[in-house]
Design a protein around this ligand. Structure first.
Ligand SMILES: [Zn+2]
Ligand SMILES: [Zn+2]
Length: 358
């Protein structure tokens, strides 16, 4: 008979898990594997609450396996290192993002693109080769192969820096890959949530002109005054959209609900690029005329490799970029999830795991 989650590994751990598609989280005793030669054991201090956590808890992508401990914006301190570990030592501040393993041999892995490895293992809701399950960061500790652990910059706040491990790299990587970094160019950021608000800050740090494209006019003053956007476009106002047609070089589309692409494509200049990073549950309609007639490009991107994630953290540390967060205790997570479902958060919840009773 298979062992219970609490007994399958040597190290007792405590977390909060969803048990079914109601998505309601509750305390969950489980266990973590022995710290192997290449492993780092991390005491978790903070964990960001990503929209993927909500999708997964409620099984909205149809691939959730319960019990499910979410969390892939993990920041903590190293408490143990294996004898082959060279990257870290005890007491180092570290981060763990969306993935915790990959094959290390394929073309993707060899190009530091472990995020696209066919055998990439997610930090939670993934099943290892030996049948054991990965549990995420809504928990007190985690054991991770050093290769997938990030150095957390000294001057970066641990709580507000945590969301960069998913939200930050998700917008940084496509900007680098698709060349959306030319100083003075005009970047549109569609959707002003966890991803979008970080994209605004990174875009400004890269020297771009940044316009937020959003359905909610009430976000305008905050986008401009507190996040530093240059302008704000209400995507449901046809007159304003028309006036802005053909003015943008790039758009990063962070919207994860089903939405029309035509208004966004119309905003692009000749050769403009629309890069999507949200994951709507249903396919979007792709209008071909504006693509062909404006030689425009639509692309996608999924998080980033470990090397690039470290680069992103260092870039953000240098430019004093963190997420705007609402810090919560673990027992407030269900209310936070309800608010996240209504996009009622400025802009990321982060769980103060280290000071929560699990
Ligand atoms: Zn995420
Ligand atoms: Zn691989």
């Amino acid at each position: 008979m298979a062992k219970s989650p609490e007994e399958e590994h040597p190290h007792k751990a405590l977390g909060w898990a969803a048990r079914d598609s109601s998505g309601v989280l509750s305390p969950f005793p489980f266990s973590r594997r022995e710290n192997g030669d290449d492993d780092v054991t991390i005491k978790i201090l903070y964990c960001g609450v990503c929209h993927s956590d909500l999708h997964s808890c409620k099984n909205e992508w149809g691939v959730s396996s319960y019990p499910l401990v979410p969390g892939h914006e993990i920041v903590g301190v190293v408490t143990k290192v294996g004898k082959a570990v060279t990257k870290f030592k005890v007491d180092d501040k570290v981060g763990v993002g969306v993935m915790v393993s990959s094959c290390k041999k394929c073309d993707c892995c060899k190009q530091d693109l472990e995020n696209y490895c066919p055998q990439m293992m997610l930090t939670y809701n993934s099943i290892n080769h030996d049948g054991t399950k990965n549990y995420g960061g809504y928990s007190d500790m985690i054991v991770v192969d050093q290769h997938y652990v990030l150095r957390f910059p000294d001057n970066m706040p641990l709580d507000a820096g945590a969301p960069l491990l998913c939200a930050g790299i998700t917008v940084y990587s496509p900007m680098m890959y698709y060349g959306m970094t030319e100083v003075g160019r005009h970047l549109g950021v569609a959707g002003l949530g966890g991803l979008g608000h970080v994209a605004v800050k990174i875009g400004k740090a890269m020297g771009l002109k940044v316009t937020v494209i959003s359905t909610s006019p009430k976000k305008e003053s905050e986008a401009i005054n507190s996040l530093g956007a240059d302008s704000f476009l209400v995507s449901t106002d046809p007159a304003k959209l028309k006036a802005a047609m053909g003015t943008m070089d790039y758009i990063i589309d962070t919207v994860s609900a089903v939405h029309p692409l035509l208004p966004l494509l119309s905003l692009l200049k000749l050769n403009g690029k629309l890069i999507t990073v949200g994951l709507p549950e249903k396919p979007l309609e792709l209008p071909i005329f504006p693509l062909v007639l404006g030689r425009r490009l639509v692309g996608g991107s999924d998080i980033g490799g470990i090397k690039e994630t470290q680069e992103m953290l260092d870039f953000c540390a240098k430019h004093n970029i963190t997420a705007d967060i609402e810090l919560i205790k673990m027992d407030q997570i269900n209310t936070a999830m309800e608010r996240l479902a209504k996009s009622d958060v400025r802009y990321r919840f982060v769980i103060d795991v280290g000071n929560s009773k699990l």
